[in-house]
Design a protein. Structure first.
Length: 310
Protein backbone atom coordinates (compact mmCIF):
# COMPACT_ATOMS: atom_id res chain seq x y z
CA UNK A 1 0.00 0.00 0.00
CA UNK A 2 1.54 3.37 -1.01
CA UNK A 3 2.73 5.42 1.95
CA UNK A 4 0.89 8.48 0.59
CA UNK A 5 -2.45 6.67 1.01
CA UNK A 6 -2.28 8.17 4.51
CA UNK A 7 -3.22 11.48 2.88
CA UNK A 8 -6.55 10.19 1.50
CA UNK A 9 -9.42 12.43 2.60
CA UNK A 10 -12.98 11.70 3.68
CA UNK A 11 -14.23 13.74 0.70
CA UNK A 12 -12.32 11.48 -1.70
CA UNK A 13 -13.62 8.32 -0.09
CA UNK A 14 -17.19 9.62 -0.10
CA UNK A 15 -16.88 10.51 -3.79
CA UNK A 16 -15.81 6.93 -4.52
CA UNK A 17 -18.64 5.48 -2.40
CA UNK A 18 -21.20 7.68 -4.15
CA UNK A 19 -19.99 6.64 -7.61
CA UNK A 20 -20.07 2.99 -6.54
CA UNK A 21 -23.67 3.38 -5.35
CA UNK A 22 -24.98 5.60 -8.17
CA UNK A 23 -23.02 4.27 -11.15
CA UNK A 24 -22.17 7.68 -12.61
CA UNK A 25 -20.38 10.90 -11.71
CA UNK A 26 -23.52 12.89 -12.49
CA UNK A 27 -25.70 10.95 -10.06
CA UNK A 28 -22.91 10.92 -7.47
CA UNK A 29 -22.57 14.72 -7.68
CA UNK A 30 -26.31 15.11 -7.10
CA UNK A 31 -26.17 12.81 -4.09
CA UNK A 32 -23.20 14.64 -2.58
CA UNK A 33 -24.41 18.15 -3.45
CA UNK A 34 -21.23 18.85 -5.44
CA UNK A 35 -20.52 19.74 -9.04
CA UNK A 36 -19.48 17.03 -11.49
CA UNK A 37 -15.96 18.54 -11.89
CA UNK A 38 -15.56 18.49 -8.10
CA UNK A 39 -16.42 14.78 -7.89
CA UNK A 40 -14.15 14.03 -10.87
CA UNK A 41 -11.31 15.91 -9.16
CA UNK A 42 -11.80 13.97 -5.91
CA UNK A 43 -11.66 10.67 -7.82
CA UNK A 44 -8.56 11.80 -9.73
CA UNK A 45 -6.76 12.79 -6.53
CA UNK A 46 -7.77 9.52 -4.86
CA UNK A 47 -6.51 7.52 -7.83
CA UNK A 48 -3.17 9.33 -7.71
CA UNK A 49 -2.71 8.50 -4.04
CA UNK A 50 -3.79 4.87 -4.46
CA UNK A 51 -1.45 4.44 -7.40
CA UNK A 52 -3.97 2.26 -9.28
CA UNK A 53 -7.19 2.91 -11.21
CA UNK A 54 -10.15 2.89 -8.82
CA UNK A 55 -13.00 3.30 -11.35
CA UNK A 56 -13.56 2.34 -14.95
CA UNK A 57 -16.15 3.36 -17.53
CA UNK A 58 -18.28 0.54 -18.96
CA UNK A 59 -21.48 0.22 -20.92
CA UNK A 60 -23.23 -0.21 -17.58
CA UNK A 61 -21.80 2.99 -16.14
CA UNK A 62 -18.90 3.69 -13.80
CA UNK A 63 -17.77 0.54 -12.02
CA UNK A 64 -15.12 0.06 -9.35
CA UNK A 65 -11.93 -1.81 -10.14
CA UNK A 66 -10.49 -4.38 -7.75
CA UNK A 67 -8.42 -1.58 -6.22
CA UNK A 68 -11.52 0.60 -5.99
CA UNK A 69 -13.45 -2.10 -4.15
CA UNK A 70 -10.58 -2.47 -1.68
CA UNK A 71 -10.58 1.28 -1.02
CA UNK A 72 -14.39 1.22 -0.71
CA UNK A 73 -14.05 -1.24 2.18
CA UNK A 74 -11.68 1.25 3.82
CA UNK A 75 -14.34 3.94 3.31
CA UNK A 76 -17.01 1.77 4.93
CA UNK A 77 -14.81 1.08 7.95
CA UNK A 78 -14.06 4.77 8.39
CA UNK A 79 -17.73 5.78 8.07
CA UNK A 80 -18.65 3.15 10.67
CA UNK A 81 -15.94 4.44 13.00
CA UNK A 82 -17.18 8.03 12.60
CA UNK A 83 -20.74 6.94 13.35
CA UNK A 84 -19.64 5.00 16.42
CA UNK A 85 -17.59 7.94 17.67
CA UNK A 86 -20.55 10.31 17.23
CA UNK A 87 -22.78 7.94 19.17
CA UNK A 88 -20.22 7.72 21.96
CA UNK A 89 -19.94 11.49 22.14
CA UNK A 90 -23.73 11.88 22.17
CA UNK A 91 -23.96 9.38 25.02
CA UNK A 92 -21.23 11.21 26.97
CA UNK A 93 -23.04 14.50 26.45
CA UNK A 94 -26.34 12.99 27.58
CA UNK A 95 -27.95 13.68 24.18
CA UNK A 96 -28.90 10.05 23.52
CA UNK A 97 -28.96 6.57 24.96
CA UNK A 98 -27.30 5.21 21.84
CA UNK A 99 -28.67 3.18 18.97
CA UNK A 100 -28.35 -0.37 17.70
CA UNK A 101 -28.92 -1.63 14.16
CA UNK A 102 -29.97 -5.29 13.96
CA UNK A 103 -30.54 -7.49 10.94
CA UNK A 104 -32.65 -10.63 10.90
CA UNK A 105 -33.53 -13.19 8.27
CA UNK A 106 -37.24 -13.21 7.53
CA UNK A 107 -37.89 -16.45 9.43
CA UNK A 108 -36.43 -14.84 12.56
CA UNK A 109 -39.16 -12.18 12.62
CA UNK A 110 -41.17 -14.60 14.75
CA UNK A 111 -38.47 -14.41 17.42
CA UNK A 112 -36.42 -11.21 17.27
CA UNK A 113 -39.18 -8.60 17.85
CA UNK A 114 -40.15 -10.30 21.11
CA UNK A 115 -36.54 -10.38 22.26
CA UNK A 116 -35.80 -6.74 21.45
CA UNK A 117 -39.10 -5.66 23.01
CA UNK A 118 -37.98 -7.26 26.27
CA UNK A 119 -34.58 -5.56 25.94
CA UNK A 120 -36.26 -2.20 25.27
CA UNK A 121 -38.20 -2.48 28.51
CA UNK A 122 -34.87 -2.78 30.32
CA UNK A 123 -33.17 -0.04 28.28
CA UNK A 124 -35.86 2.39 27.09
CA UNK A 125 -33.40 5.10 25.98
CA UNK A 126 -31.66 2.89 23.43
CA UNK A 127 -32.95 3.33 19.87
CA UNK A 128 -33.30 -0.02 18.07
CA UNK A 129 -33.49 -0.40 14.30
CA UNK A 130 -34.51 -3.81 12.91
CA UNK A 131 -33.97 -4.75 9.25
CA UNK A 132 -35.64 -7.90 7.92
CA UNK A 133 -34.51 -9.64 4.73
CA UNK A 134 -33.94 -13.04 3.21
CA UNK A 135 -30.68 -14.84 3.84
CA UNK A 136 -29.02 -13.37 0.73
CA UNK A 137 -29.95 -9.82 1.71
CA UNK A 138 -28.74 -10.16 5.29
CA UNK A 139 -25.56 -11.91 4.16
CA UNK A 140 -24.89 -9.02 1.76
CA UNK A 141 -25.55 -6.49 4.52
CA UNK A 142 -22.91 -8.23 6.63
CA UNK A 143 -20.32 -7.21 4.05
CA UNK A 144 -20.75 -3.63 5.25
CA UNK A 145 -20.68 -2.04 8.67
CA UNK A 146 -24.17 -0.56 8.98
CA UNK A 147 -25.49 -3.56 10.91
CA UNK A 148 -24.13 -4.11 14.38
CA UNK A 149 -25.07 -7.78 14.11
CA UNK A 150 -27.72 -10.10 12.67
CA UNK A 151 -29.82 -13.03 13.79
CA UNK A 152 -29.70 -15.85 11.25
CA UNK A 153 -29.14 -19.53 10.76
CA UNK A 154 -26.04 -20.55 8.84
CA UNK A 155 -23.46 -17.72 9.25
CA UNK A 156 -22.03 -16.27 6.02
CA UNK A 157 -18.88 -17.99 4.80
CA UNK A 158 -17.42 -15.06 2.86
CA UNK A 159 -17.09 -12.68 5.84
CA UNK A 160 -15.05 -13.20 8.99
CA UNK A 161 -17.64 -13.29 11.77
CA UNK A 162 -18.24 -14.22 15.37
CA UNK A 163 -21.29 -16.45 15.74
CA UNK A 164 -22.98 -16.95 19.11
CA UNK A 165 -25.54 -19.73 19.52
CA UNK A 166 -29.07 -18.79 20.57
CA UNK A 167 -30.82 -22.16 20.31
CA UNK A 168 -32.18 -24.95 18.14
CA UNK A 169 -34.20 -24.24 15.01
CA UNK A 170 -36.29 -27.24 13.89
CA UNK A 171 -37.78 -27.56 10.39
CA UNK A 172 -40.80 -29.73 9.65
CA UNK A 173 -43.14 -30.69 6.82
CA UNK A 174 -46.67 -29.38 7.27
CA UNK A 175 -50.04 -29.92 5.63
CA UNK A 176 -53.61 -28.75 6.05
CA UNK A 177 -55.49 -30.50 8.86
CA UNK A 178 -57.71 -32.22 6.25
CA UNK A 179 -54.76 -33.59 4.24
CA UNK A 180 -55.02 -37.33 3.53
CA UNK A 181 -51.62 -38.00 5.16
CA UNK A 182 -52.34 -35.90 8.25
CA UNK A 183 -53.10 -38.84 10.53
CA UNK A 184 -50.53 -41.26 9.10
CA UNK A 185 -47.38 -42.11 11.03
CA UNK A 186 -44.03 -43.55 10.03
CA UNK A 187 -44.03 -41.97 6.57
CA UNK A 188 -40.96 -42.32 4.36
CA UNK A 189 -39.80 -39.41 2.22
CA UNK A 190 -40.77 -41.45 -0.84
CA UNK A 191 -44.39 -41.39 0.36
CA UNK A 192 -44.43 -37.69 -0.58
CA UNK A 193 -43.71 -38.34 -4.26
CA UNK A 194 -47.24 -37.41 -5.33
CA UNK A 195 -47.38 -34.25 -3.25
CA UNK A 196 -46.94 -30.66 -4.42
CA UNK A 197 -44.48 -28.61 -2.37
CA UNK A 198 -44.89 -24.90 -1.75
CA UNK A 199 -41.44 -23.45 -1.13
CA UNK A 200 -39.43 -20.37 -0.31
CA UNK A 201 -37.48 -18.68 -3.07
CA UNK A 202 -34.08 -19.87 -4.31
CA UNK A 203 -31.30 -18.71 -2.00
CA UNK A 204 -33.38 -18.59 1.16
CA UNK A 205 -32.03 -20.53 4.13
CA UNK A 206 -35.16 -22.70 4.32
CA UNK A 207 -34.95 -23.57 0.61
CA UNK A 208 -31.27 -24.49 0.89
CA UNK A 209 -31.98 -26.71 3.89
CA UNK A 210 -34.94 -28.38 2.17
CA UNK A 211 -32.92 -29.14 -0.94
CA UNK A 212 -30.09 -30.57 1.15
CA UNK A 213 -32.50 -32.81 3.06
CA UNK A 214 -34.18 -34.14 -0.10
CA UNK A 215 -30.88 -34.58 -1.97
CA UNK A 216 -29.59 -36.70 0.90
CA UNK A 217 -32.74 -38.82 0.65
CA UNK A 218 -32.35 -38.99 -3.16
CA UNK A 219 -35.81 -37.52 -3.51
CA UNK A 220 -36.90 -34.98 -6.14
CA UNK A 221 -39.91 -33.03 -4.85
CA UNK A 222 -42.55 -31.64 -7.16
CA UNK A 223 -42.38 -27.86 -6.70
CA UNK A 224 -45.69 -26.11 -7.17
CA UNK A 225 -45.05 -22.49 -6.28
CA UNK A 226 -42.16 -20.44 -4.95
CA UNK A 227 -43.02 -17.73 -2.42
CA UNK A 228 -40.88 -15.14 -0.67
CA UNK A 229 -43.04 -15.09 2.47
CA UNK A 230 -43.60 -17.75 5.13
CA UNK A 231 -47.00 -16.20 5.80
CA UNK A 232 -48.06 -16.75 2.19
CA UNK A 233 -46.81 -20.34 2.28
CA UNK A 234 -48.77 -21.03 5.47
CA UNK A 235 -52.00 -19.65 4.02
CA UNK A 236 -51.50 -21.61 0.79
CA UNK A 237 -50.97 -24.84 2.73
CA UNK A 238 -54.05 -24.17 4.87
CA UNK A 239 -56.01 -23.61 1.65
CA UNK A 240 -54.94 -27.06 0.42
CA UNK A 241 -52.65 -25.98 -2.41
CA UNK A 242 -49.84 -28.25 -1.26
CA UNK A 243 -47.52 -29.12 1.61
CA UNK A 244 -44.40 -27.31 2.78
CA UNK A 245 -41.00 -27.80 4.34
CA UNK A 246 -40.88 -24.88 6.77
CA UNK A 247 -39.38 -23.56 9.99
CA UNK A 248 -41.32 -24.90 12.94
CA UNK A 249 -40.90 -21.54 14.63
CA UNK A 250 -43.02 -19.88 11.94
CA UNK A 251 -46.04 -22.15 12.47
CA UNK A 252 -46.37 -22.38 16.24
CA UNK A 253 -49.70 -20.53 16.29
CA UNK A 254 -51.17 -22.54 13.40
CA UNK A 255 -50.17 -25.83 15.04
CA UNK A 256 -51.70 -24.77 18.32
CA UNK A 257 -55.06 -23.83 16.80
CA UNK A 258 -55.12 -26.87 14.50
CA UNK A 259 -55.03 -25.12 11.13
CA UNK A 260 -51.82 -26.95 10.24
CA UNK A 261 -50.47 -30.38 11.14
CA UNK A 262 -46.97 -31.77 11.00
CA UNK A 263 -46.48 -34.85 8.87
CA UNK A 264 -44.66 -37.70 10.58
CA UNK A 265 -41.85 -38.18 8.04
CA UNK A 266 -38.59 -40.05 8.61
CA UNK A 267 -35.70 -37.66 9.21
CA UNK A 268 -38.02 -34.83 10.26
CA UNK A 269 -37.54 -32.53 12.07
CA UNK A 270 -34.32 -31.26 10.54
CA UNK A 271 -32.72 -29.28 13.33
CA UNK A 272 -30.39 -26.37 12.72
CA UNK A 273 -29.51 -23.49 15.02
CA UNK A 274 -30.14 -19.80 15.46
CA UNK A 275 -27.08 -17.57 15.84
CA UNK A 276 -26.44 -13.92 16.55
CA UNK A 277 -23.66 -13.00 14.13
CA UNK A 278 -21.34 -9.96 13.98
CA UNK A 279 -18.40 -9.05 11.80
CA UNK A 280 -15.21 -9.93 13.62
CA UNK A 281 -13.79 -6.46 12.94
CA UNK A 282 -16.98 -4.60 13.92
CA UNK A 283 -16.43 -2.69 17.16
CA UNK A 284 -19.64 -2.56 19.17
CA UNK A 285 -20.56 0.42 21.31
CA UNK A 286 -21.99 -0.33 24.78
CA UNK A 287 -25.67 -0.33 23.66
CA UNK A 288 -25.02 -2.83 20.87
CA UNK A 289 -22.82 -4.96 23.12
CA UNK A 290 -25.56 -4.96 25.75
CA UNK A 291 -28.14 -6.23 23.26
CA UNK A 292 -25.72 -8.84 21.90
CA UNK A 293 -25.08 -10.11 25.43
CA UNK A 294 -28.83 -10.13 26.10
CA UNK A 295 -29.54 -12.24 23.01
CA UNK A 296 -26.72 -14.64 23.88
CA UNK A 297 -27.97 -15.19 27.43
CA UNK A 298 -31.74 -14.74 27.06
CA UNK A 299 -32.49 -15.30 23.38
CA UNK A 300 -33.50 -18.95 23.78
CA UNK A 301 -36.38 -17.86 26.03
CA UNK A 302 -38.08 -16.22 23.05
CA UNK A 303 -38.06 -19.28 20.80
CA UNK A 304 -41.64 -20.53 20.27
CA UNK A 305 -42.62 -23.51 22.44
CA UNK A 306 -43.14 -26.44 20.09
CA UNK A 307 -45.11 -29.68 20.52
CA UNK A 308 -43.09 -32.38 22.29
CA UNK A 309 -42.61 -34.51 19.19
CA UNK A 310 -40.81 -31.72 17.32
Amino acid sequence: MPQHLRNVTIRQLRALAAVAECGSVTAASNQLGLTQPAVTQQLHQLQQQVGLPVVQRTGEGMLLTDAGREVLQLSQRIEAAIKNCQQSLDMMAGRAGGSVSIGAVSTAKYIVPHAIAAFSRLHPKIDLKLSIGNRGEIRQAMHGYDLDFAVMGRPPEDVEVEAHLIGDHPHVIVAAKTHWLAKDSGLAVADLSHETFLTREQGSGTRILMEGFFNKAEFLPHIGMEMSSNETIKQAVIAGLGIAFISAHTIAAELEDGRLVMLDVAGIPVVRQWFVVKRRDKILLPPAQALLDFLRSEGAKFLPVMPRHV
